[in-house]
Design a binder for this molecule. Structure first.
Ligand code: SF4
Length: 187
């Protein structure tokens, strides 16, 4: 029986170290989709992209790299610059990323969609799964609901990232999270 085609939205390489191989070992033919427009500045995007490429080589998974669309991302979150992490800006950010992945999946013959975002202990997995399910359903795709941080998923991802020598960032990704991380460090 042929495997189901799944597009895995990847927020960063470390967070994909557990989901990507697990989905491949299940019933899914899995390709990774690294959105990236929420990662700033460009040099940081390049660093994270290199880590994603390393992981793709390790998992031997197909990797989809859309154009680095910071303009689209900034325009989507306009007015939410001062929101704290986990606030309204993050909900919009999840939607932008998951809708971009869902568009690609629909246009390229995938039947299933999933994300690595729920491995992070800092993110609202319930909200992420709700947004992903909506984006998938609106395009006739099936959402694969997972909370990857369960069963020590986050801890395992940290160990696996170390083993593979993957770059691990110290802020979520956007300019605003970078600013807030710098303020916290100074305090
Ligand atoms: S803090 Fe992270 S999730 Fe929130 S808007 Fe920035 S990049 Fe997106």
């Amino acid at each position: 029986m042929s495997k189901k085609r799944l597009l895995l939205h990847i927020c960063c390489a470390p967070d994909a170290t557990v989901p990507w191989p697990e989905l491949i070992s299940e019933e899914y033919e899995t390709a990774g989709y690294f959105y990236g427009g929420n990662i700033h500045p460009a040099a940081e995007y390049e660093r994270r992209l290199e880590a994603v490429r390393m992981l793709a080589a390790e998992t031997r998974g197909e990797l989809v790299l859309p154009a680095y669309d910071t303009e689209g991302w900034f325009s989507a979150v306009r007015g939410l610059e001062d929101e704290p992490e986990r606030g309204a800006r993050c909900a919009v950010c999840f939607r932008v990323q998951l809708e971009a992945a869902a568009d690609y999946a629909r246009e390229n013959g995938f039947s299933h969609l999933c994300t690595t975002l729920t491995i992070s202990p800092h993110k609202d997995a319930k909200l992420i799964n709700a947004i992903g399910a909506q984006a998938a359903a609106a395009r006739g795709l099936e959402w694969v609901e997972r909370v990857w941080r369960k069963n020590d998923g986050f801890k395992r991802s940290v160990a696996e990232s170390r083993r593979l020598g993957l770059y691990r960032q110290n802020y979520c990704g956007c300019l605003f999270s970078m600013r807030d991380a710098a303020v916290t460090e100074v305090k």
